[in-house]
Design a protein around this ligand. Sequence first.
Ligand code: ATP
Length: 675
Amino acid sequence: MANWRDEVLLEGDFSIPPKIRILFKVTLTPLGIFYSQISTISSQYEEKFVQISDVIGCHCGSANVSPTPRRSDNTASFTVYSYPFRKKLFSGKKTRHRVAVTFETDQFATFEENHIHVLRWKNVINCLSRGIHINPGDVDSCESSPMDRFLILVNPHSGPGRAMQICKGEVEPMLEEACIPFKIIVTEYAGHAHDLIQNLELAEWGAVVIVSGDGLVYEVFNGLMKRADWTTAIKKPVGYIPGGSGNALGCAINYAAGEPVLENPVLHSTFVLIKHRVVPMDLVLVQTPSQQLYSFLSVTWGIVADIDYESEKYRNLGEARFTVGAIKRIVNLRSYSGRLSFLPVAEYVPKSETAPRRLTKVRRFSLRSMSNSLGSIDSIDSRQSRSSSVVLTSARSLESSPLSSDRVHGVSAPGYTNGGGDVQLTINEQSGSDSDTLSSPSKPAQKHSNSVVGGGDGAHWTPAVPRDTATSSPPAAVVDVTSTTEINSNFTQNARTRHSPQSSMHGPLVNGTTPQGGQQQHKTTGQSDFEEETFYADKKDGHAVPTPFLPPLDEPVPDNWVVIEGKFVLACAIYQTHLGSDMLAAPSARLSDGIIHLMFVREGISRNNLFNLFLTFSEGTHIDSPYVEFVPVLAFRLEPHHNSGNIMIDGERLDEVMPVQGQVLPGLARIMAIQ
Ligand SMILES: Nc1ncnc2c1ncn2[C@@H]1O[C@H](COP(=O)(O)OP(=O)(O)OP(=O)(O)O)[C@@H](O)[C@H]1O
């Protein structure tokens, strides 16, 4: 029997074809549909259960299109479509499979009366399956409103060329079961989705859904960001069904939802698409000397980029192309010299350093709309000649480090070990807001942490500004609490209040202007073991996206960045968990953690160790390897010394190897996902 602690919404007797002479007692609660055969003798029948969280939709049968056989001509029916997990017989792996159960009744004299009866069930089930809470008193008034139309973009040439087949054969039938209207547009040329999105009447569509590889996702996000109304356009929910060869975003979405990544990815992605919530997702603004673009996945250099690009010719192998490419590249192992610079979230602890460190600093970045901004920001902004404003809040926490996992809005995220010590970084997620935050304790603050680590190796790339000039340049958007006096000349009236006595957790504000024209607001508090710095930037339609962390590419990075000079086997800036279905590259990444997960391997790893490292990518245990450095950062810069190899942005190759830098835009985009 149903758990009577659940609210009973509807109850009735139905038959379940093909056993049309047997009656079942059916009970609907917010949890699901419980049904068991009505016993005419004393024997007990097993109760069956359709869980609402597995249900994607419910349809009523019409008079002519009811299942056969039917109990009578007056019979009306409803069919529930659900996708529960089932263990595979041999592998034991759990995957979803389709179950359609039809309930029919002829308890009333006419078909019309029976139809009205089943319509009630259909409406309540559809509302529940869409996450709408229904009280017993609402059952009669409950009506499932029509869903907004999805615009589905299909790239017929992605991956092995099966995207259209996938869309027609697997996605369409499930959308129809879920009563979701849609229109399919097949892209006709590279760049078509980008052009289309730039001019699309977005209000006509509930969501833009991509059936393709990661290339079309890149086109859609960049198309949205090129619009004059980009702050609203980028909030259009974007859904994704894997149709290419990489499909990293699909893996990340399914992984975040707790759905299988490898098994039947199209079915699981379509299930997530239908049951989705609109979830914020980080983008990264990437700059090269000639362009600025928006990346949702990664910037890769070294062996990971080489494999991605060089395995293009095996694209008809699907995802297996990466395995073939990896073996080839490991045999012909190359390393690349260059300079990797980054603004770490916490203080950078090199992997070679094994001694534990105390954590003292956390940097966070938050983007918000002007309408959500504090009043003070408007006044700050009015003093600015630039379109973007940046506000820094630095608050000392009373907690002592290291921190364990934290919870914000009921979402917990795993800890994160930075370097060789016992340093824990905790990621907080704030779904649905414009601002996404993270926090991490770090080692004691260094006033000038811009350190060149490792030795030069005969660099051929000549930066516009020599290194020694770079190290003496002032900090940009991030200012250590201890070093604020360095930029006092830029401070406004409020700055002078920062030495006021403090009696509460949040101290006085210190507002300032960064060398890039952004602004800083500085809060300090009493005694603590670590401090938090939060940077706010405001986004405005018709204005450029704020880039408070990025100095011009031909200028040195600020003093509080870390600079590593040397030879690398790989360097990847990653913002999603996966770079491919068998590459759990950044296991601790979250869709909107506000972090760029910077991974690099320096020269010196043997082919054997590198091969073993690649084997551990699928489980994400490579992060424990002594060869892999993993650093959470807010911004990075990559300056290759030679023009050889490849730089890939979201799986697309840059025309040539050149300096690249990027900054996280926390939670800027909206993705259809389940968290
Ligand atoms: N009709 C088309 N003809 C040719 N190219 C297209 C067409 N539509 C889209 N493209 C381009 O195809 C490129 C590759 O597409 P996509 O990324 O979807 O597939 P993939 O490369 O197989 O997948 P992945 O990026 O996951 O490896 C994209 O850069 C996209 O711009």
